[in-house]
Design a protein around this ligand. Sequence first.
Ligand code: CP
Length: 296
Amino acid sequence: MKHLINIEDLSTEEINQIYTRAQDFEKGIRKANHLNAHIVNMFFENSTRTKMSFEMAINKLNANKYDFCSETSSLNKGEDLFDTINNLSAIGMNAVVLRHSDNNLIKELSSKKYFQDISFINAGSGTNAHPTQALLDYYTIKKHFLNLSDKTITIVGDIAHSRVAMSDITLFKKFNMKIRCLSSENLIGEKIEGVEYYTNLKEAFENSDIIMALRIQKERIQEHVDIESYIKNYQITKENLPYAAFLMHPGPINKDIEIKSDVLDMPNARTILNQAKNGVYVRMAILDMLLSSQGL
Ligand code: CP
């Protein structure tokens, strides 16, 4: 593994290698010392979980962490991102953790021959991919369910603008999970082969083992979204959440929109903070594999 750009690029064997390595880090039976590795976090969109858990992972791997701040950087003097990363490489950075609103930028950067000494890790690209989130979601689910191929996951919310949904669906399909998407027609997005689509909550939630809620990504939506109508039809409540279903959410949650606040106190919702916690181990595993492949 040189880069982590998309879930499509990973085999089920590689995904399970990341799972096992993350588990070893969580159990404390694997330690790593990447003292010579220099990793720069470049976040051009807001983040709490992804940015902080990458920082935690880098610290736990004993690697060196740098925070690139676009507002105070020379991007503001007209330098482009290509030259910026070229200079970061010259300074000695070995890996770039990048979050950007552009769907294709990280793929383009990772294919440039100038950057052959740098590993790129996608921390969220536009509306199309958030691979480390999908890997931590897989880790969280697999820790609780032995066999995923007989499990049904229902993803509910703004699927059309969700990079988490895109990466999760790609990953869950690789493990033959039954995937349902539930939303209004304007938020359901392009239909993906092998996924069942619903507009009725009761029908979608029936026999679902896992419910994954997503927030409405207002920052990516131009047209008006009728929030009242969304709440009426799709908000997760104590009444409509299946008794034994795992409730997941990548965060951030917009309380009382996609999930009613009191649902977050239910045992079903404990999974949500476990997702955040598991993100550290999964990101440790990914960085450990990438840095090791560079001999760092
Ligand atoms: N799940 C997720 O990407 O959260 P942040 O935007 O806070 O990183």
